[in-house]
Design a binder for this molecule. Structure first.
Ligand code: DX5
Ligand code: ZN
Length: 218
């Protein structure tokens, strides 16, 4: 199981140290939440901060674009050092083309599905995917509560990936913490994103990663 702390909940005045702390705690990827004020009501970070994150770690950067018309910015995020770029199925009329564009930039491609969006949206692009992201909150803000039915959707996504023998990673994003991590592992997730549970941990972000790791079934 990979753990991908979301820097959305970190102290941005100390970005490098905040990334260092989760790395020491055993983080596998760094999750970067990009919001545009259109697809979601919030505005967060862009390529400049992504580049700053890139220069502070060698871990894979998992860039989650919660933006409209993401094809306009794929090149900027590739240049900023993204390892994965994830787009939302809801804003991509031609997912195969968008995923192809990400790959042509030498970056791994992910597709995210909002809680209300069905898995059928990604069936025709499944063979091309490196990462499938199941949103377990409505995107827009960190610190929201996990939507319980998401675990079932993760299990269905796992079945779908296995049916097509897809090697894609299956990531869950939103409201993940030490209480639901083991259930998500059992449902077949391979990557857990957590922001507030890690950066809000009373003993610090490193301990936040360890707490989720320890909650997993060995
Ligand atoms: C939701 C973002 C998530 C989220 C993670 O819009 O994509 O990555 O902020 O933060 P927590 O773990 O606090 O839900
Ligand atoms: Zn995210």
């Amino acid at each position: 199981m990979k753990i991908a702390p979301s820097i959305l909940s970190c102290d941005f005045s100390r970005l490098g140290e905040e990334i260092g702390a989760v790395s020491e705690g055993g983080a596998d990827w760094i999750h970067v939440d990009v919001m545009d004020g259109h697809f979601v009501p919030n505005i967060t970070i862009g390529p400049v901060i992504t580049k700053g994150a890139r220069s502070s770690t060698n871990l894979p950067l998992d860039v989650h674009l919660m933006i409209e018309a993401p094809e306009r910015y794929l090149e900027s995020f590739a240049e900023a050092g993204a390892t994965f770029i994830t787009v939302h199925a809801e804003v991509c009329p031609d997912l195969i083309a968008t995923v192809g564009q990400i790959h042509s930039l030498g970056v791994k491609a992910g597709v995210a599905l909002n809680p209300e969006t069905g898995l059928e949206k990604i069936v025709n692009v499944l063979g091309e995917l490196d990462l499938l992201v199941i949103m377990s909150v409505n995107p827009g803000f960190g610190g929201q509560s996990y939507i319980p039915g998401s675990t079932e959707k993760v299990a269905e996504a796992r079945q779908l990936l296995d049916r097509y023998s897809s090697p894609a990673e299956l990531e869950v994003d939103g409201g993940v913490d030490a209480n639901n991590a083991a259930d998500l592992q059992s449902a077949g997730a391979s990557v857990l994103v957590a922001g507030s549970a890690i950066y809000g941990h009373p003993q610090g972000p490193g301990a936040g990663v360890v707490a989720i790791r320890e909650a997993l079934l060995s």
